[in-house]
Every structure is written in structure tokens, then in C-alpha cells.
Design a protein around this ligand. Structure first.
Ligand code: HEC
Ligand code: HEC
Length: 328
């Protein structure tokens, strides 16, 4: 009996520690005052997220690279753009992006979902959707569809349903704020359901808190800060990471700590997709290159609990099959 109480007390202490460290109090994400959340806007944004008309040759939507079944990442090392330019970096998942203060692997200027959308749509390094110099074409294509006209009118009544890139970006950003993933076994464990994680996974969590949570911190397992995990002596790669933006050589090879949510379905890993498995990704951290295999396995059991099956299957986030009361 005494032992049982001690074990229970131990679990309570661990749970309390996690709840405090992981910040179960994530609350609502910040929403810009000029783009309030509205159901009709989210529905429009969802349709646009899946619409290949946002790419130059009609072949590529946001969802081509950000697939729900992969936690809105994809299964490739990197994904080529609409014109077959090779991708430079691994596609990150989009779970809980609404809470991220800095977006993308290594560009601290990307602080808003609305603004980040210009990178895939208009960006040239690499070309993704290829719409640079074709901004007006986006409006022309969407205006041809009477259902879009109706959806923009409902989503932006104050702007009389204005169809242009700015409103496209606002609607997509509103949809992205609904990509909320907080029902993994780990979340349920943090909310007090001890059985949601196996004893091995709980042991993994303890190692994780000791060795990993300084960077993979908080409810989304990222401190949103930039670190170099590669050994100092590796030859310089073509991707200098943060240094490309900051111009500071000491930032070479630094990348934003990725969120580990839905890790079970977001392989391959790291900014260049060079790690095929979770253990490869762990061993790519110079600090853990010599980590014990048994610890990797134990950590792996914990990391499997970060995958949220309900998020991967949530119909409200999937390709819509209806709009304006009609099948699409
Ligand atoms: C060709 C593939 C591709 C397409 C198409 C694409 N993305 Fe991405 N997305 C990426 C890659 C690669 C990154 C990481 C880029 C980097 O860090 O340099 C990324 C990063 C992001 C991020 C930042 C996530 C984070 O963790 O900070 C968001 C948000 C995002 N994309 C949304 C979108 C939206 C919205 C669209 C459609 C308008 C879109 N993407 C289209 C490949 C793509
Ligand atoms: C010093 C900060 C730091 C610590 C400590 C740290 N990480 Fe990381 N981790 C990062 C960064 C930064 C990346 C991305 C590096 C890159 O892409 O080149 C990363 C990437 C990863 C990835 C790949 C995720 C993905 O989606 O690509 C996994 C898995 C991971 N870390 C697990 C761990 C584990 C497990 C530990 C503890 C044993 C740990 N990390 C400790 C900063 C850290």
C-alpha cells in the first residue's frame, strides 16, 4: 500500500512538472485585429488551401506539400515546386502554427501567417507556386467561379467580398489557425490520463525532459529559437540556415527548433530531410551522437505518443467536397 502511494505521488509530481513545463495553459492563439476569426472565412481559406489555381500552371496547392495525413508535412525529403524546381528544405508540419511566434526553418522575419503565404505563392528561392508577377491572375481565376464570389462575400462582408490576393491570404491564414492538434496520447497524459502513455513512454518523457526540453520546450515542443545541432567540424553545407538572413557567420547552420508534434507521420526529418528515422534525427544532434541505443528506443516510445490521430483524420480540415451547397 505504502509503495502504491509512493508510486502515485511520484506520478503526480511528474504530471505536475510536465503540466508546468509543457504549459498546458496554451490558451487561444494570437489573432491579428484586422483578420478576426469567422466561420465563413475559415471555410473559404480551407477551399483555397486545397486549390491548385493558386499556382502558375494549376498543378499545385498548399496541400500538395502540406498533406493532412502527414500532419500537414509530406513524406519527401523536399518537395519540388510547380515548375519542377527542386525544393530546398523539408516541408514542416502545420499543427498549431497559430501559436508559433516565428515561422519557417530559419527566417526570423516570418512572424505572421498572413505574410508567410507570399513565400510559397510568389517566392523564387525556390519557386514553389510560381505566381510572381501573376498576382492579378489569382483574382481573375477565382472571380470566374460564382461560388467563390459568394464565399468571398460571406467571408469579407465589410470589404463587399473583394477578391484579391490580400483577401486570399487572410482567408488561408484564418484556416491555418484552425490546424489545432492537442489530442495526442501525450496531451491526454498531460491532462491527467496516466494510462494514455505506456510505462516505457513515460520513462522516455523523463529522459526527454532532462536532455531535450531545453530546446523542444512548451506545449508544441519548440522554443521557436535557432540552434546549431550539427558538429562544428562538418563541412559547410549549401544551406547556411539563419546566417543567410542575419548575415552573421556565427549563425551558420542554425535552424529553428522544430515542433515534434505528429512526429510519427512527418518523416523524413531535419531541415534538409536527411534523417530517415527518429533515431537518425536524434543522433544528428552532435550532443547525442553517442547516445545509448536503449535511450534512443525509450525516447522513441515517448515520441510516438506525440501523434494525434484525430487531427490527421479531422474531416473539417480535409479537402472540402462541398462549397455553396454543391459538390465540388
Ligand atoms: C512546394 C511545396 C510547398 C508548397 C506548395 C507550400 N509550402 Fe508551405 N512550406 C514548404 C517548405 C519547404 C517550408 C519550409 C520553408 C523554409 O523553412 O525555408 C514551408 C513552410 C510553411 C510554413 C511555416 C511552418 C512553420 O513551421 O513555421 C507555413 C505556415 C506554410 N508553409 C504554409 C503554406 C501555405 C499556406 C501554402 C499555400 C499558399 C504553402 N505553405 C505552400 C513547402 C511548401
Ligand atoms: C540545443 C537545442 C536542442 C536540443 C537540446 C535538442 N534538440 Fe532536437 N532539434 C533541435 C534543432 C535546432 C533541430 C533542427 C535541426 C536541423 O534541422 O538541422 C532539431 C531536430 C530534432 C528532430 C527532428 C524533427 C523534425 O521534424 O525534423 C528530432 C526528432 C529531435 N530534434 C529530437 C530531439 C531529442 C530526442 C532531443 C534530446 C535527446 C533533442 N532533440 C534535443 C534542437 C535541439
Amino acid at each position: 500500500m505504502k509503495r502504491c502511494i509512493a508510486v502515485l505521488a511520484g506520478i503526480a509530481v511528474v504530471l505536475f512538472g510536465i503540466a508546468a513545463a509543457a504549459g498546458t495553459l496554451h490558451g487561444n492563439p494570437p489573432v491579428p485585429t484586422d483578420n478576426p476569426m469567422m466561420r465563413d472565412k475559415v471555410e473559404l481559406g480551407r477551399r483555397l488551401f486545397y486549390d491548385a489555381d493558386l499556382s502558375v500552371n494549376g498543378t499545385m496547392s498548399c496541400a500538395t506539400c502540406h498533406e493532412q495525413k502527414h500532419g500537414f508535412a509530406d513524406g519527401n525529403r523536399a518537395h519540388p515546386g510547380a515548375l519542377d524546381d527542386p525544393g530546398r528544405r523539408n516541408v514542416p508540419g502545420l499543427a498549431n502554427v497559430a501559436w508559433f511566434p516565428r515561422l519557417t526553418w530559419a527566417d526570423p522575419r516570418q512572424t505572421s501567417l498572413e505574410a508567410q503565404i507570399a513565400v510559397p505563392v510568389f517566392g523564387e528561392h525556390p519557386i514553389e507556386m510560381g505566381m510572381k508577377d501573376h498576382e492579378a491572375e489569382i483574382a481573375r481565376r477565382l472571380e470566374r467561379d460564382p461560388c467563390y464570389v459568394e464565399m468571398f462575400r460571406r467571408a469579407f462582408p465589410g470589404d463587399r467580398g473583394m477578391i484579391d490576393y490580400l483577401h486570399v491570404a487572410k482567408a488561408i491564414a484564418a484556416f491555418e489557425r484552425t490546424l489545432v492538434s492537442r489530442d495526442s496520447p501525450y496531451d491526454r497524459f498531460v491532462r491527467g490520463n496516466v494510462d494514455a502513455m505506456t510505462p516505457l513512454a513515460r520513462q522516455g518523457l523523463q529522459i526527454f525532459q532532462r536532455d531535450c526540453a531545453s530546446c523542444h520546450a512548451g506545449p508544441d515542443l519548440t522554443d521557436a529559437a535557432y540552434h546549431r545541432i550539427a558538429p562544428e567540424n562538418v563541412p559547410p553545407s549549401t544551406d547556411a540556415g539563419l546566417a543567410e538572413v542575419s548575415g552573421d557567420r556565427s549563425d551558420t547552420g542554425k535552424f529553428r527548433t522544430p515542433s515534434l508534434r505528429n512526429l510519427g507521420v512527418t518523416a523524413p526529418y531535419l531541415h534538409d530531410g536527411s534523417a530517415t528515422t527518429i533515431s537518425d534525427a536524434i543522433q544528428a544532434h552532435a550532443a547525442f551522437a553517442a547516445i545509448r541505443t536503449s535511450d534512443v528506443d525509450t525516447l522513441g516510445a515517448f515520441m510516438e505518443t506525440l501523434t494525434d490521430q484525430s487531427f490527421l483524420a479531422e474531416p473539417g480540415l480535409a479537402l472540402p467536397n462541398q462549397a455553396c451547397g454543391r459538390p465540388l
